[in-house]
Design a protein around this ligand. Structure first.
Ligand code: ATP
Ligand code: MG
Length: 416
């Protein structure tokens, strides 16, 4: 037997309703916030991610699904959503339309990681990209979008952590002092962090090794090194969040794993799904579009892991909708009634009524058991007499007193 690939998951027919439930909430939020969906390809030129995500990131260094296609091009399965969206934004001159451009996506994401709870090799993200506005209002709105989804799902135990990692100018100074701190503790840091110290010291703050995490708690904090403009942006954002009553914690140690962030970075973290607790991560990336060959376009966004979101929801007992079953089950008594039953459901479906019949040659008793187990609301029993008289019993499975004899010509009228 061929088995599923490590780190990938099937969504079985009995679970897909949870995904639909979340996706429906996302699409309604998109409407409420004026976001339009963007769908970009599953694979792109490898170069896009190397440039867009950053050469010193874990994603580009270790996690990409990269291969040569038959034409000798190096292509990569998308390891995140922003680079593709930014490429499309530039390539299609989306900035020619009145700004801002507010987009969202729901996409599979591929990363070659060590599979564990909450960490897959193919996962799915709901992402938002708010392009064209440098205002902290845009940062606030993006945060509120994520928060609104949690609220509407009834998830209220996520902590919002906010930080600013400044701009390339003020980060330069910070990188120096951080590097000094890291170097002075070099012996105790992990091998990967030792490498990070030279190439991109900020990355060390994102390390998940216990010893590094502990050492990082004493590292100098970036907030102390922000330039006036970055500090004002940060303060304004916090002020807006305060003003509309969004709880948050300023956490000077979150830096995010991607190279393109500037100023605001934020995470929504859960403490009830184990070590992989970050459900949503995002921030501002004012230099990304320009660094990818576009104009200078400020932007802010997030990526939210939907598998982790589902884990959080289930761990705190939040319902993600129910499996859906068609409204009506038409039960033919015997072989002679099969075609008639099939015609009835055919006609009802033309009218938009959801219905099914027996495809398994079952006895009436077995059909009734089946209909009950599957949760059909109504069952119509069809025998020889019923067809002759053009009338049949409509059973209401939720209300035994609600059974009634109805005409086969206008079944749909009774299905309420
Ligand atoms: P982590 O620190 O957990 O590796 P990350 O910083 O790599 O996360 P992002 O690139 O910001 O994550 O992705 C956004 C969100 O996507 C994460 O907050 C998480 O919910 C989800 N995510 C990231 N990687 C995985 C994965 N391998 N499996 C499942 N979900 C993931
Ligand atoms: Mg990661």
């Amino acid at each position: 037997m061929i088995r599923i690939q490590k780190g990938t998951k099937d969504v079985l027919p009995s679970e897909s309703h949870k995904w639909h439930f979340i996706e429906d909430k996302i699409r309604k939020i998109a409407l409420d916030f004026g976001l339009k969906e963007i769908r970009t390809p599953t694979f792109e030129a490898t170069e896009l991610f190397v440039r867009g995500v950053g050469e010193t990131t874990d994603i580009v260094n270790k996690e990409m699904y990269t291969f040569m296609d038959k034409g000798g091009r190096s292509v990569t399965l998308k390891p995140e959503g922003t680079a593709g969206a930014a490429r499309s934004f530039i390539e299609n001159s989306l900035d020619a339309a009145p700004q801002p451009t507010k987009m969202y996506y729901i996409t599979p994401v591929f990363r070659y990681e060590r599979p564990q709870s909450g960490r897959l090799r193919e996962h799915h993200q709901f992402g938002v990209e708010f392009m064209g506005s440098p205002s902290p209002l845009a940062d606030a709105e993006v945060i509120v979008i994520a928060k609104t989804l949690f609220d509407r799902l009834g998830i209220n135990n996520l902590e919002l952590n906010v930080n600013s990692i400044g701009c390339p100018q003020c980060r330069k100074k910070y990188n120096e002092v951080l590097k000094e701190y890291l170097e002075s503790n070099k012996a105790s840091y992990c091998e990967t962090c030792k490498e990070r110290m030279n190439k991109n010291p900020l990355r060390a703050l994102d390390c998940k090794e216990k010893t590094c995490v502990d050492l990082n708690k004493k590292a100098p904090v970036v907030l102390d090194y922000l330039c006036d403009k970055c500090l004002n942006h940060h303060k304004e954002l916090l002020d807006i969040l305060d003003y509309i009553g969004i709880d948050f914690k300023v956490n000077p140690y979150i830096v995010r794993g991607l190279d393109y962030y500037t100023r605001t970075v934020f995470e929504f973290v859960s403490n009830n799904i184990g070590a992989q607790g970050t459900v949503c991560g995002g921030g501002r990336y004012d230099n990304l579009v320009e660094s990818m060959g576009g104009k200078s376009v400020p932007a802010v966004g997030f990526g939210m892991g939907l598998e982790r979101l589902i884990m959080v929801a289930e761990n705190c007992g939040v319902s993600l909708g129910e499996e859906e079953t068609p409204l009506l089950y038409v039960a033919p008594l015997g072989k002679e009634q099969y075609k008639e039953a099939f015609k009835i459901i055919h006609n009802l479906r033309q009218k938009g009524v959801s219905c099914e019949t027996d495809y398994m040659d079952r006895s009436l008793k077995a059909q009734m058991k089946y209909a009950d187990k599957k949760g059909y609301r109504f069952v119509l029993v069809l025998g020889e007499n019923e067809i002759k008289q053009n009338k049949a019993m409509l059973k209401d499975m939720k209300n035994s007193g609600g059974d009634k004899e109805i005409s086969l010509d206008d079944i749909e009228k009774y299905l309420i």
